[in-house]
Each structure stands twice: as C-alpha cells, then as structure tokens.
Design a protein around this ligand. Structure first.
Ligand SMILES: CC(C)(COP(=O)(O)OP(=O)(O)OC[C@H]1O[C@@H](n2cnc3c(N)ncnc32)[C@H](O)[C@@H]1OP(=O)(O)O)[C@@H](O)C(=O)NCCC(=O)NCCS
Length: 401
C-alpha cells in the first residue's frame, strides 16, 4: 500500500515530477523547478510514497477555466506519472483519488486535462469534452474567399511588450469561448513567451495587430527554414493566433498567410469551428486532422452545472453515477437557472464521465446515447438535454498543459 499526500518541499515536488520525467524527460534541474513551481504551487503536486521513496506524482494547476457563459475554478491536471518499477499496482488510482478530493475541498467544481493516452482517465470520471485538430496548408492555397479590407497594422514585438499587449486579447478569447484557461503573468512570461531552451534553439516571433488604437490580435510563430532542390521547403509553424473580433482574427491570419518564403503553414490545436474554415477560399486544402482536446471531470456536479449558462428554457432530470466521487451521486434537475438535487424519477441516467463530456456544450447527449453512454428513461429527454447544454462557439483550449 502507498501513501499519497501533497508535496511539502521543492525537493519532494521534484521527485514527484520525476514520475512523468521517467517518460518525457529527465530529473528536473533546480532552474526548471524554480520556474515550474511559479505556475504549479508545491502543494498542488501530489506525491505517492512507498515508505520514504516517491514512486509517482500528479499535479493540478489552479486554473480558472471558461465554461459556457462564464468561468469556474478548475484543477488543471498535469504531469501525471508513476515510476515504471511500480506500474499497475494502484498508484495512479490513489493519486487520482487524493487529487479529486483535494480539488473538491478547495472548491474547484471541475477538473480538466489533456490525456497522453485516451484509455487512462475515463475510469476516474473524465469525459472527452472537446476536439481540436492540426492543419497543413500549402502557401499557394492561402487566398480568402472574400476580399479583406485591411484596417490594422502588424508589428513584431519583444517578449516584454508581448507580456503587456497579449493578455487582453486572451481575455477576449476567454469571454467568447469555453475551454480557455486564464494565464497568470508568470505563465505568460515563463511558458508562453520565453522558454529559454526553445528560444535558444529557434526563437519564437511575436506579432501584434493594432486596430482602432489597441492590440486586437496576436500571433506567436516560428520559421523552420529548409530547401528542396533550390526552392523553399520551409515551414511556418503557427503556435498561437488569436483575435478579439472577427476582423482582428482575419487580419492576423492574413498576415501569417502572406509571410514570404515558406512552403507550408502548420498549426495545431484548432477547434473544428475555427474561423479559417470560413475565411479561406479552399478550406479543404487545410487537410484538417482531428484529435482529442480537453477531458473534463465534474468534481462537484451541483456547483459545476450551476456555474455554466444554458441555451434553452426547458429542464431535465439526470441521474448521475459516480464511483470515485460518491458525493455527486443522485438525481439532479438541470434548468437554465442551474442544478438542484431532486427525488423525482430521472429522465436520463449516465456516468459522471458522460456528463463531463457534455459539459462544455460540444458533445451532444444524442451522440453519447449513440455510444451507449446515456440511458433515456423518458421520451424526449435527450432532445431537451441537448437544447439546454448545446453551446456555440465550440470549446477551444489553445495550449496543452
Ligand atoms: C498511466 C500511468 C500513470 C498509470 O499508472 P499506474 O499506477 O500503473 O496505474 P494503476 O495501477 O493505478 O491503474 C489504475 C487503473 O487504470 C488502468 N490503467 C493504468 N494505466 C493505463 C493505461 N495506460 N491504459 C489503460 N488503462 C490503464 C489500470 O489497468 C487500472 O485499471 P483497474 O482499476 O480497472 O484495474 C503510468 O503507466 C505512467 O506513468 N505512464 C506513463 C506516463 C503517462 O502516460 N502519464 C499520463 C500523463 S497524461
């Protein structure tokens, strides 16, 4: 049996972090630990002990995540790893259990993560709630479907200026889409703008679009030069391109698409309803490839359901099963004003992982039903639930954490 508790020192934090380091890196250096503990507080790293030895760890960023019509505290689960010497002995289960209880006590109604493998987290109540994809566009297919009147100006800025200019645009994205987490100033500085290792190898460029007297869009990108028999085979890697309005978004993408001397523009983590699909004359040429994005776990079903907005005016009674967080079990009436516990007959019944999948408004109950994840006990309940929960635009988490 193992003991799991939050790390109590940077040294313990480092040993717990080496759980994931076993697979994705090495033991963290002091400098890396100094940077990482600025965004992931020491006590948010759970460590699994076998007597004095740490054999695994799991962290949770103290995020605020945008949800349909609002935002909520969210445990941003990260760096989960168990030493290969101790695999499949229940260490992860104990870590997940302790982490979810901790998030519950802290008043974080939801948890979210990017999964390294999609088979791991369903058993702990996470559901796949958002999709994203990558695009690869040959430069010659960058024309827009309609002429764009350019109203703004793009300038390249240094990281210090970007740290001032970019956050309001990110805030606008958060206000407009579910699935976005707020970045602290340390996050901007240490993760988005200057990771020393990355900057030395191939520096990121930071572009700011000014429109109507303020920065309304930004892009972070890298050039990967290459030649093919005398012609360019360079790649333009767009790490982030975000606009606060449709015009600003169109202009920052026009800037990127028009950059000279690249053969292919590549971008990842774009939502299926990204503006590029309607801006471009030839969206098929994006060769969009879909993958999974955020997995969502309702840590406190009542608070999570009451913390988001709903589109419809109807209501539905849902029975929730939750083997890991039993405080969520029972029947909930969900209506536009929020969710309350009830004792009446349920109209839908599901595991909390299916509710997590539906939570951000992208995955419909009808879709979950077709995968046998929801039981409809009253005719018409699926339709009512979908009218309530469905949300546009789709969730978008532009960064893997
Ligand atoms: C994934 C990992 C954390 C699992 O840790 P573990 O301690 O071996 O897992 P546990 O023994 O607690 O397993 C708990 C349950 O999850 C299942 N499980 C664990 N890892 C799994 C995987 N990769 N795929 C499918 N099921 C998995 C176990 O079979 C067990 O199922 P059960 O409760 O039905 O018996 C560990 O293998 C690891 O560190 N992998 C590499 C790093 C990684 O992928 N981390 C996740 C980052 S998002």
């Amino acid at each position: 049996m193992f003991t799991v508790r939050p790390a109590e020192s940077v040294e313990e934090f480092g040993r717990a972090l080496y759980g994931i380091g076993q697979y994705f890196g090495g033991p963290p250096t002091e400098e890396q630990l100094g940077r990482f503990t600025k965004v992931l507080p020491v006590e948010r790293m759970h460590a699994a002990f076998e007597s004095e030895q740490i054999v695994g760890g799991a962290g949770a960023f103290p995020f605020r995540l945008s949800v349909p019509g609002g935002e909520l505290p969210c445990a941003g689960v990260t760096v989960v790893g168990v030493y290969p010497t101790h695999r499949r002995r229940g260490v992860l289960r104990q870590l997940m259990d302790a982490q979810l209880r901790d998030a519950h006590e802290r008043g974080e109604p939801i948890a979210a993560l990017w999964a390294s493998e999609e088979t791991i987290y369903g058993r702990f109540g996470y559901g796949l709630a958002a999709w994203c994809g990558e695009v690869k566009l040959a430069r010659e297919w960058g024309a827009f479907a309609q002429p764009l009147e350019r109203r703004g100006r793009v300038r390249l800025v240094e990281p210090d200026a970007a740290a001032e200019l970019f956050p309001p645009v990110w805030e606008a994205l958060m206000g407009g889409r579910p699935g976005v987490f707020r970045r602290s100033p340390d996050w901007w500085q240490l993760r988005t703008l200057r990771r020393p290792d990355e900057q030395a190898a191939n520096p990121k460029r930071f572009a700011a679009l000014e429109l109507g007297g303020s920065v309304q869009a930004f892009a972070v990108y890298r050039q990967h030069p290459a030649w093919d028999e005398g012609s360019t085979a360079a790649r333009l890697e767009v790490l982030e391109a975000v606009g606060a309005s449709p015009q600003a978004t169109a202009e920052i993408w026009r800037y990127l698409l028009d950059i000279d001397w690249y053969a292919t523009l590549e971008a990842q983590l774009l939502p299926p309803d990204h503006p590029l699909f309607t801006l471009l004359a030839t969206p098929r040429r994006l060769r969009f490839r879909l993958g999974d994005s955020l997995w969502v776990r309702l840590v406190d079903v009542g608070a999570a359901l009451s913390g988001r907005a709903y589109a419809g005016s109807d209501e539905v009674v849902i029975e929730v099963r939750d083997a890991v967080c039993p405080w969520n079990e029972g029947r909930w009436r969900v209506a536009p004003e929020g969710a309350v516990r009830v004792e009446v007959e349920a109209e839908l019944a599901l595991d909390v992982s299916a509710l997590g999948a539906a939570y951000l408004g992208s995955v419909s109950f009808a879709q979950l039903r077709s995968g046998l994840r929801v039981e409809e006990r009253a005719a018409g309940a699926l339709e009512r639930a979908d009218a309530l929960f469905g949300w546009r635009p789709l969730p978008w988490c532009p960064e893997i954490f």
